[in-house]
Design a protein around this ligand. Structure first.
Ligand code: MSP
Length: 668
């Protein structure tokens, strides 16, 4: 079986995941899934890059110990994989012991090769990008990539003899013209190497949060030396495990690194040089995609113009987001992320084109043939029937090729042109007219057969991008998932009973204004521990989290998800004053409050201890749900619920009202 190793960058944990991280992960996931469908033995890796000064600083800012901080934010990236149905086989964290072993091993090998020496480094350092910036590249004293202020650093440092590798790298590029996709990125790296290479500083003494240099623990490894090694760690490199050699021999020569264009140099220059020095071959391929822009600039935490993937999953469904992101950005180019673009694509491509094909092809088989796929007799087929089969087979071939080249956007374009062709075929045949004419029975059979058969192929082809929708289409068609290796037009078995028809992508009838209120672009939420999500463990209601409580898919499928005023009035919201507050023993999250609600005093337990000290709460005017059934939390009876709002994954903040309001005033 052909092996195939696929990786994403490992993400820095100084920021919460956003659409940019989600995109690379979904792109790599779609390619990994396509290779599995091609019968490959795929190993798909993603994870988090946890060392370095900026993580140390972010932890200090959050008031948490660095390891605890790392656990929390790494958790958010792991959660992202679950939320986006990512099919990764492993999730690597650079703080794991297995990674220390691998990084130590590669350092030791490079040292034995005579490529490491001690020197002194002085230069301008960007702590956001963790990179020294050559003086000539500074823009008014700031980093040219992220715009943050750079710092002057001077320290004892180990160096890697990068200069030794200039010719070997150039030879490698010459012999492997497809090493970097798109090819113009390889040209950029080549030009850089041709202009001359300086040795690279690969250790730091100015902070501690990193992997100690073997034999000299006052140094920690430069974060890129540490991070790039993750790709080997996950194969067991340096573990001494019995299968280490075989796993490396099997997967390493096949590896494709998916990355954003800003880290091509690290992957296509530093990394191959480190590997050559350690006696290992460079990666097979580096695929560099462009940036998602928002408001004309790269979406990034440091600029504060990020879109949260969670908002778009909520509004457009997971497959809506996966489709949009993978279709909208052609490989290697930048693309704009906007509510307008995603809404347009959703309604045009999914609700309209694909949605129509699904409902036409399946509803007609139910209506005209009792829900069983009719047969298409070869002998009676006309040009249009043969044509639709040919187009289907041609599409299968080119989609496989496009996925093979990681050109997922082009693959989707081709699938959509097949969808357009089948919709046209149906419309031109006018089955609703054929159904009224008994002499046209055979033509109707053929039309229904080829429409359903092509839809089966469409489901198989969209599977890597929209696994959930593909499965739902298959259920409607009554067929099983099938590998791409044998996928061909005309193999749908006549007589197959169809499942029930259900709407796949109901149109989203929302104005851009409404959408804007549902998504929180420009979110600059600091990375903080996720708040408790289970209502049993926290009285902070889920409905206090901004955004619609109603899932978009349900909302658009039913009425519009809105409630009557009476429904709202059943919830008794009241102003209350905090009289006493104390931490609940043995609980990190709970605070016990004694409150005045005007007519009485009550005890309420609130899940806000990570955000507030008890003494900060006394005297505050808050809002509570006053008519909630009592609940016991850590053995204390809580009579009501405090209202607080939390950014996704962030700490709760109490809902504020005018402190002049008397206790007991109704909030409505
Ligand atoms: N930790 C390094 C990578 C080490 S790999 C051995 C790093 N981390 S990161 O958190 O900054 O993630 C960068 C990656 O996230 C980019 O290379 C890209 O894959 C993705 N993106 C982050 N912002 C993005 C956009 N605005 N647009 C597209 N992808 C983006 O660099």
């Amino acid at each position: 079986m052909t092996a195939s190793y696929i990786t994403t960058p490992i993400y820095y944990i100084n920021a919460q995941p956003h659409i940019g991280h989600a995109y690379t992960t979904m792109l790599a996931d779609a390619v990994a899934r396509s290779r599995r469908l091609m019968g490959n033995d795929v190993f798909f890796l993603t994870g988090t890059d946890e060392h370095g000064q900026k993580v140390e600083r972010a932890a200090q800012k959050s008031g948490m110990a660095t390891p605890a901080f790392a656990d929390h934010v790494a958790g958010a990236f792991r959660q992202m994989c679950g939320d986006l149905s990512i099919s990764n086989d492993d999730f690597i964290r650079t703080t794991e012991p297995r990674h220390y072993a691998a990084a130590t091993e590669i350092w030791t090998r490079v040292q034995k090769a005579g490529d490491i020496y001690k020197g002194e480094y002085e230069g301008w350092y960007c702590t956001v990008d963790e990179i020294f910036v050559p003086e000539a590249q500074l823009v008014d004293g700031t980093c040219p990539t992220c715009g943050s202020k750079v710092e002057r650093l001077k320290e004892e440092s180990y160096y890697f003899r990068l200069s030794r590798y200039q010719q070997r790298l150039l030879d490698w590029y010459r012999d492997h013209p497809d090493f970097v996709e798109p090819a113009f990125r390889l040209n950029e790296v080549r030009a850089f190497v041709e202009s001359g290479l300086q040795d690279l500083s690969i250790s730091r003494t100015s902070f501690k949060w990193g992997i100690p240099v073997p034999g000299d623990p006052k140094h920690v490894m430069y974060v890129w030396f540490d991070a790039l090694t993750n790709y080997l760690t996950a194969l067991g490199f340096g573990s001494g495990r019995p299968d280490e050699e075989t796993r490396i021999a099997k997967y390493w020569p096949t590896v494709t690194h998916f990355i954003g264009k800003e880290i091509v140099r690290q992957h296509a220059l530093y990394w191959p040089a480190f590997l050559m020095s350690a006696g290992l071959p460079p990666p097979r391929r580096v695929v560099a995609h462009g940036f998602w822009l928002m408001g004309g600039a790269k979406m990034s935490k440091s600029l504060g113009n990020v879109a949260r993937y969670q908002d778009y999953v909520r509004v457009f469904g997971l497959d809506g987001l996966r489709y949009f992101a993978l279709r909208e950005m052609p490989l290697g180019q930048d693309a704009n992320f906007s509510d307008e673009a995603i809404l347009t694509r959703f309604n045009a491509d999914l609700a309209n084109d694909l949605g129509n094909l699904v409902s036409r092809a399946t509803t007609m088989v139910h209506r005209y043939r009792d829900g069983r796929v009719p047969a298409s007799l070869e002998s009676t087929r006309e040009l249009a029937d043969r044509e639709i089969q040919k187009v289907t087979n041609d599409t299968i071939a080119s989609v496989k090729e496009r996925f093979g080249a990681s050109e997922v956007s082009l693959a989707l374009q081709q699938i959509w042109s097949l969808i357009g062709g089948v919709n046209k075929y149906i419309v031109e045949r006018e089955p609703w007219k054929l159904a009224k004419d008994e002499t046209k029975r055979d033509v109707l059979d053929r039309t229904l057969y080829h429409a359903a058969d092509a839809l089966r192929v469409v489901a198989a082809l969209v599977d890597p991008v929209m696994p959930d929708s593909a499965a739902r289409i298959r259920t409607m068609l009554g067929v099983e998932s099938e590998p791409w290796t044998t996928l061909a037009a005309g193999t749908l078995v006549p007589g197959t009973p169809l499942g029930a028809v259900e709407p796949l992508f109901p149109r989203i009838e929302k104005t851009l204004e409404e959408l804007r209120g549902m998504t929180t672009a420009n979110d600059s939420t600091p990375p903080v521990p996720p708040q408790p999500s289970s209502p049993a463990s926290s009285p902070v209601p889920a409905s206090a989290i901004p955004g619609p409580a109603v899932d978009a898919a349900t909302a658009s499928a039913s009425t519009d998800g809105r409630i009557a005023i009476d429904d709202f009035m059943r919830v008794e919201l009241r102003v209350a004053k905090v009289l006493e507050a104390e931490a609940v023993p043995k609980s990190k999250k709970l605070i016990k409050l004694k409150i005045d609600v005007g007519t009485e005093q009550r005890t309420i337990v609130a899940g806000i201890a990570e955000a507030y000290q008890p003494e900060q709460l006394v005297g505050r005017t808050i809002v509570i749900v006053a008519n909630l059934r009592p609940a016991k939390l850590m053995g204390i009876e809580s009579n009501g619920m405090v209202l607080a709002a939390s950014p996704e994954g962030g700490l709760p903040s109490l809902v504020a009202v005018d402190p002049a309001l008397p206790a007991g005033a109704r909030v409505r």
